[in-house]
Design a protein around this ligand. Structure first.
Ligand code: UT7
Length: 306
């Protein structure tokens, strides 16, 4: 059995905050933010369920499937609407689905945890044939907009994909990892804002992701030269450059949205995927490598044949 991504959809809230907007209220500048992160603007004001519903609707239309065709909904989010029900229940209702639904929280690596989970469930005899996998996060609501060490980084957004059984496409190799000893460098307590040791996260993320991509490629029996499209988590363009450089992937093979979105956590990889689709590089047979890292720390990689 093989599984392919049959449709992609995204959603970004209308309200935009530019670097120059931020520089009016905190001690920073467009030049500093752009040079150190590659971010120019970010969308804010999103509600996790609403963005997930919108992106899910677009993905279903892109794949040509109806709500009745969806056998399972997996929502990756770190910013659920409520403590419970799981936000996937709200999304299931909003999209008029009648299938099972659950949330995954692996912070910014959540989309990859969701992807591998979906693939595993689809591989069980009698498992779902068509899965809606959505990454949606509203990190702007957890951001202290007076703290220049975090306010420059985060934004809201959602991206969804439809996974379906098909003779074309497959998951060739994957890796999921976590190191709970690193909780203290990136976390958010109930009722508080995101706390982050930026430099530490930067260093640990590069190391973890490079190791993860190497493992997934080796599982797939491939090398970096085989990758046609590289879709890394969009946290900082310098992190993306460091990873691409160490793995040995030219930057031309990456497709980045970070300048316009900032770090949208679970949504960043499907948003980058939509950009790659718009750039016309997601052709049948292309080897696509998705990789990410997040609080926990968590990380993950999936190498797929399109
Ligand atoms: O999904 C995972 C989420 N998190 C991440 O991926 C974050 C990873 N880390 C990063 O992206 C970077 O560490 C940051 C963008 C957060 C910071 O960049 P950096 O190059 O590591 O800067 P730094 O913290 O080493 O600070 C360098 C200088 C400092 O000044 P001094 O001590 O050299 O005089 C800071 O005070 O830049 C200063 N600075 C700023 N200046 C203007 C720190 N933040 C700002 C700012 N505007 N926003």
């Amino acid at each position: 059995m093989t599984i392919r991504i049959a449709g992609i959809g995204t959603s970004l809230p209308e309200k935009i905050i530019t670097n120059n907007d931020l520089a009016k209220s905190i001690d920073t500048s467009d030049e500093w933010i752009n040079e150190r992160t590659g971010i120019r603007r970010r969308h804010v004001g999103g509600v996790t369920s609403r963005m997930a519903i919108e992106s899910g609707r677009v993905a279903m239309a892109d794949a040509g499937v109806s709500p009745d065709d969806i056998d399972l909904l997996i929502l990756s989010t770190t910013t659920p609407d409520q403590r419970f029900p799981a936000t996937s229940a709200v999304v299931q209702s909003g999209l008029e689905l009648s299938c099972g639904a659950f949330d995954v929280n692996a912070v910014c690596a959540g989309f990859l945890y969701g992807y591998v989970t979906a693939y595993g469930l689809m591989s069980i005899p009698g498992g779902p044939s068509t899965v809606l996998l959505c990454g949606s996060d509203s990190l702007a609501s957890l951001t202290d907009w007076t703290d220049r060490s975090t306010a420059i980084l985060f934004g809201d957004g959602a991206g969804s994909v439809i996974l379906e059984r098909h003779e074309q496409g497959d998951l060739l190799g994957w890796d999921l990892g976590a190191d709970g000893n690193l909780q203290s460098i990136l976390y958010c307590d109930h009722g508080d804002f995101i706390q982050m040791e930026g430099r530490e996260v930067f260093k640990k993320a590069v190391r973890a992701v490079v190791g993860s991509v190497d493992k997934a490629l080796s599982n797939a029996g491939l090398t970096a030269d085989d990758i046609d499209v590289f879709l890394p988590h969009q946290a900082n363009i310098r992190i993306i450059e460091a990873i691409a450089n160490r793995v040995g992937i030219p930057m031309e093979k990456t497709h980045n949205v970070i300048a316009d979105t900032g770090n949208t956590s679970s949504a960043s990889i499907p948003l980058a995927m939509a950009k790659a689709q718009a750039n016309g590089v997601l052709q049948p047979g292309a080897v696509v490598c998705m990789t990410g890292f997040g609080g926990g720390m968590t990380w993950g990689t999936a190498v797929v044949r399109w």
